[in-house]
Design a protein around this ligand. Structure first.
Ligand code: NAD
Length: 259
């Protein structure tokens, strides 16, 4: 299916690897000119080279931390009026809520709620003016089914979800949609770190924890980031203009509810 977004521009946050990168690659494959953001210039440069080679698309990298206002300014200077915005940032560390200070909470809110809101604020009116915009926030399955050790993530992402639910109905009239993609377990470095944490906590080998977690998923496996990227590209497509304010779960069926 032709996604109908060739020639559009996209700003993809936190995208030198993992889910952000998969979204950037899927968009580049659709002919979108993609600006990818990640913090480390050397890692980013390598990733951008690989993405260009893989997709044959237009990809530029900007080394910036999206959780800071300077970082967001730098990103927007390189891609001032994107047609597509993918909000993403590293997830907060796992742990026990008794150990988290106010500063830990502020960091989580900055990364997984406020930076996305700030970027939406910066790009949404030009999108409305042009009559096309697609905003996708990478959140987590933890928004629907909280994960005990990821309390910082459960809290901050739920705040973003509530905010988006309110504004997504205000922009769709102008063909600007705002949706959230909720990953379950996808095979990325982030998941590997969570597996290590759980294996240590339960005193089992990492490989055994990995096997148990895959086995516990109805699909019997983890998600492939490329699957996530393609779902994101569809949400950003010309065909998805009637879909807004939704929370799309990609988790192999792990969430057990009917709806
Ligand atoms: P990852 O750790 O594999 O990749 C994260 C990417 O973000 C890297 O490119 C990193 O350089 C970049 N990054 C991190 N913080 C940044 C910042 N402040 N500014 C700019 N770039 C930054 O993570 P992932 O698995 O791709 O996960 C992406 C998001 O989805 C995270 O928030 C994660 O918590 C969430 N998530 C992931 C899973 C999963 O199974 N992979 C499940 C649920 C939620």
């Amino acid at each position: 299916m032709d996604m109908g977004i060739e020639g559009k521009t996209a700003l993809v946050c936190a995208a030198s690897r993992g889910l952000g990168r998969a979204c950037a690659e899927a968009l580049a494959e659709e002919g979108v000119a993609v600006t990818v953001i990640a913090r480390r210039a050397d890692v980013l440069e390598r990733a951008v080279g690989e993405m260009r080679a893989k997709t044959g698309g237009r990809v530029q990298g900007v080394a910036a931390d999206v959780t800071t206002s300077e970082g967001r300014d730098k990103a927007l200077a390189a891609c001032p009026e994107p047609d597509i915005l993918i909000n993403n940032a590293g997830g907060p560390p796992p742990g026990d809520f008794r150990d988290w200070s106010r500063d830990d909470w502020i960091r989580a809110l900055d990364a997984n709620m406020l930076s996305a809101i700030e970027l939406i604020r910066a790009v949404v009116d030009p999108m409305i003016g042009r009559g096309f915009g697609r905003i996708v926030n990478i959140t987590s399955s933890a928004v629907k089914a909280p994960i005990d050790i990821l309390g910082l993530s459960n809290g901050a992402r739920s705040g973003l979800t509530g905010f988006v639910a309110g504004i997504a109905r205000k922009t769709v009239r102008h063909n600007v949609t705002i949706n959230n993609l909720l990953p379950g377990p996808f095979d990325t470095d982030r998941l590997a770190a969570n597996i290590r944490f759980r294996a240590e906590a339960e005193g089992v080998e990492e490989a055994e924890m990995r096997r148990r977690m895959m086995d516990a998923n109805p699909a019997g496996r983890f998600g492939d980031p490329a699957e996530f990227g393609r779902a994101c590209a569809f949400l950003c497509s010309a065909h998805a203009g009637f879909m807004t304010g939704q929370n799309i779960l990609l988790d192999g069926g792990a969430y057990p509810g009917t709806f």
